[in-house]
Design a protein around this ligand. Structure first.
Ligand SMILES: Cc1cc2nc3c(=O)[nH]c(=O)nc-3n(C[C@H](O)[C@H](O)[C@H](O)COP(=O)(O)OP(=O)(O)OC[C@H]3O[C@@H](n4cnc5c(N)ncnc54)[C@H](O)[C@@H]3O)c2cc1C
Length: 403
């Protein structure tokens, strides 16, 4: 049976994440919102602490990846493991600042990919590497099977050519996990990921994006011009397996989508807390024992927002719990991401509205949270794409049948 109480063994982790968010993230939140593209040096110490937690199997940020332990279901007992702890830690850190979380050294999506699919030799070789992830291209976003970047085997190297845009941490990371096709004629099965060191000749950072939110996080565009990558840097199998090779790559999302949902929940939690305090000061407090329609309009709105928050939170915990217990969770991961992404944006904007001029001014972080939350409904699969995945799963349709 699924037990969605926060396990006692994670209390220390949650407290530690909350403390880090309070001491490192909140005080620097506005500073790096203004100083876009400036590396937050305050994070160096915190990332060393997180490295230790990840090594000890108590990750709070997701870099530990999605490697499932062989005995995850061996004894028939359910476990609250790495995915759940990471989700809980992420919520607290993003209560502090999601842009700063995304800027943490060695905690990138590329790190999650390496930790999830690298072989033992690669794990050792890339230990300590900060890795970003590059899937998106000018002509390929939601439909990641449309990747045009190519990888051609030439002796002991793959030669990569193409263009990648919107690479989170692209400027600061030591390496980028680049998705490229071994043979564009063979479709999605030929798409593989390669660890490309940042200083590889031909791997050129073209520019950084100026953004609506998460400004502490750098977002880079790259050109790949005959980039030679040792063939040992290909993650996973080099074979083109038309019987589901791409499905394997996509399954990584089943574990990372709950993490992005957790980010949205963390930001929404911050906004709700702040708004609750502002309303209380104005004498408005929701009464949980009375119908919403007999209360102050602001209190009734809070009840609705809190219900949305709770449902997103529970869906996210469920998706992470299923991953920890080797249960197929593609449906739940997308439901969690869709719900949390949507209500995260809704809650933070409604909080701006409820707090009036304070909500809109830079005297509080509410306006920043409303900007930061939008991306969480876009990357790792947009709202519409999550709904498409949910529909396919519920109706039993393939990606060819329902697109
Ligand atoms: C700040 C930021 C950071 C990012 N970081 C990374 C990163 O680190 N690595 C990386 O690879 N990418 C990253 N991305 C890219 C992100 O993942 C893509 O923006 C996202 O996947 C959407 O792709 P797109 O922008 O090309 O939109 P499109 O795919 O062109 O979609 C445009 C709109 O059409 C909708 N749509 C598309 N297809 C369908 C459909 N079949 N049915 C219904 N609606 C549909 C979408 O939901 C969206 O609303 C980042 C983006 C941003 C803004």
């Amino acid at each position: 049976m699924i037990n969605l109480e926060v396990p006692k063994k994670f209390t220390a982790l949650v407290n530690q994440a909350r403390q880090s968010a309070t001491e490192f993230f909140r005080p620097n939140s506005r500073k790096y919102d203004h100083a876009e593209h400036t590396y937050p040096t305050e994070l160096d110490m915190l990332s060393s602490v997180l490295d230790g937690l990840n090594d000890a199997g108590q990750g709070a940020s997701g870099a530990r990846g999605v490697r499932r332990s062989a005995d995850a279901n061996g004894d028939g007992r359910t476990r609250n493991g790495g995915n759940l702890s990471t989700v809980l830690g992420t919520i607290e850190l993003c209560w502090g600042d999601v842009g700063l979380l995304l800027s943490l050294p060695r905690q990138g999506l590329g790190n999650a990919a390496i930790a999830s699919v690298a072989n033992e030799e690669q794990l050792e070789r890339f230990a300590g590497t900060w890795a970003a992830m590059a899937i998106t291209e000018p002509e390929c976003g939601s439909d990641s099977a449309a990747i045009r970047t190519t990888a051609r085997l030439d002796g002991d190297h793959y030669v990569l050519n193409g263009q990648k845009i919107f690479v989170t941490s692209g400027e600061r990371a030591d390496a980028v996990v680049v998705w490229a096709s071994l043979d564009t004629a063979q479709g999605r099965a030929a798409i593989k990921s390669f660890v490309v060191e940042r200083d590889t000749p031909g791997f050129e950072l073209v520019r950084l994006e100026h953004k609506l939110g998460i400004r502490a996080s750098d977002t880079a565009e790259f050109r790949l011009d005959n980039v030679r990558v040792p063939k040992e840097n290909l993650l996973g199998s080099p074979e083109i397996n038309t019987e589901g090779g791409f499905a394997g790559v996509m399954q990584t999302f089943d574990n990372t989508r709950p993490l992005v949902a957790a980010m949205a929940i963390g930001v929404a939690k911050a906004a709700l807390e702040e708004t609750r305090a502002v309303l209380a000061e104005a004498g408005v407090e929701p009464d949980y024992d009375r119908p919403a329609n007999s209360q102050h309009a602001a209190a009734a709105t809070m009840l609705q927002l809190e219900a949305d928050f709770e449902s997103a939170y529970l869906l996210t915990l469920e998706a992470a719990w299923m991953a920890d217990n080797s249960k197929p969770n593609s449906l739940q991961a997308s439901m969690a991401k869709a719900k949390a992404g949507r209500v995260g944006t809704d809650i933070t904007l409604r909080c701006v509205e409820l707090c009036g001029t304070l909500g809109y001014s830079e005297n509080s972080l509410l306006e920043k949270w409303s900007r930061d939350s939008k991306i969480l409904d876009i990357f790792e699969g947009t709202q519409q794409i999550q709904q498409l995945v949910v529909a396919r799963r519920l109706l039993g349709k393939s990606s060819k049948e329902l697109r």
